[in-house]
Design a protein around this ligand. Sequence first.
Ligand SMILES: NC(=O)c1ccc[n+]([C@@H]2O[C@H](COP(=O)([O-])OP(=O)(O)OC[C@H]3O[C@@H](n4cnc5c(N)ncnc54)[C@H](O)[C@@H]3O)[C@@H](O)[C@H]2O)c1
Length: 390
Amino acid sequence: MGLNQKVEMITGSGATPILVTGGAGFIGSNFVLDWLKTGGPVVNLDKLTYAGNPENLASVASNPAYQFVHGDICDAELVTALLRQHRPRAVVHFAAESHVDRSIVGPEAFLRTNIDGTFTLLRAAREYYDSVAGEERAGFRFLHVSTDEVYGTLTPEAPAFHEETPYAPNSPYAASKASSDHLVRAWVHTYGLPAIVTNCSNNYGPYQFPEKLIPLMIANALQGKALPVYGDGQQVRDWLYVLDHCRAIRTVLERGRVGETYNVGGGNQRSNLEVVTTVCALLDELVPESKFKPHRQLVKYVTDRPGHDRRYAIDARKLERELGWRAQESFETGLRKTVEWYLANAAWVKDVTSGAYQQWMAQNYAGRDAGGVSVAAKGRTIVASGESAR
Ligand SMILES: NC(=O)c1ccc[n+]([C@@H]2O[C@H](COP(=O)([O-])OP(=O)(O)OC[C@H]3O[C@@H](n4cnc5c(N)ncnc54)[C@H](O)[C@@H]3O)[C@@H](O)[C@H]2O)c1
């Protein structure tokens, strides 16, 4: 193990840990915080790319049931050593390059982490699984956290993605996640690894990096900056509050059938335009003293993302029927909680939006100003919007 890896031994709890990858990212950190409340010890392996932020886990940093390991899932030696040392009862694999726009600019890192990294983990997990017996073996699970983007795009009337929908990924990100899903499937069928895949729709909630739609709109609106929306804003996504996703993963870990795929979604289809205007309305209400009210006047149309998928919608009935999971938040309650969280955590936003973030935003939005106009300037109802969240 490299010297720069911070390793604190788990003490306190005798319970068997889980190994989480990518636990310093958006969904992973929500999952780790939630798991530590009742689930037992966690070892979190994270490379801390621009998307990983140890601050997300500052509240548990001194919790003896939490151990952070700074490292790469592509490091076979490290992954093997962690499995041997901690003998986890499950690997919950979040680590990924996950930002679609970045995958268009630089796909290499996506192929490396999402494909090679998953392959490295699968190989090590198989070796570990083959080395254990009895209850340890019977209870072991490899849970691969994936996305609905592997299914491609839907027309407005098409039925939602279900677990048998053929894969048709359209972005380098989606293609790399599709590849990793296929690898997991092969490890189940060829080597008998007890793995399960979850494919989830767009998440939103606390700790989401402010490149993504909802936190970007909140951050920009609060500063009176333009709210850049891609294309005509009619791209539809199916939104799920992040803690509902975490509860789904926990449910699948507990009761999911090995070798199965479970779609996870909240049944909240919204166009990007609707999302942006709802965020603006919430800010109008929650920040009544804002001098940028009404915030929707800040909307500005920009050139669409190449190959931008038009619609995603998830059919989560298998998860509901078989495992009894249900989303607890509606889009309205979840979004209100989210906006309130960002308002209460301005220091977190300030921290993650310095330095490299500024450079990326400048690069991503340079040249997109395709005659974009603010809605107020045009004096009409907003008809365009569209930065997709992922
Ligand atoms: N965000 C969504 O809406 C969404 C929806 C469905 C599925 N997913 C999937 O859920 C998972 C987590 O998504 P997220 O939004 O939290 O992503 P994120 O980008 O916020 O976090 C990814 C984390 O992985 C870490 N990481 C990246 N490369 C690594 C490597 N080589 N080794 C170790 N750690 C590495 C990063 O440092 C970061 O902490 C991803 O697999 C993603 O495909 C995300």
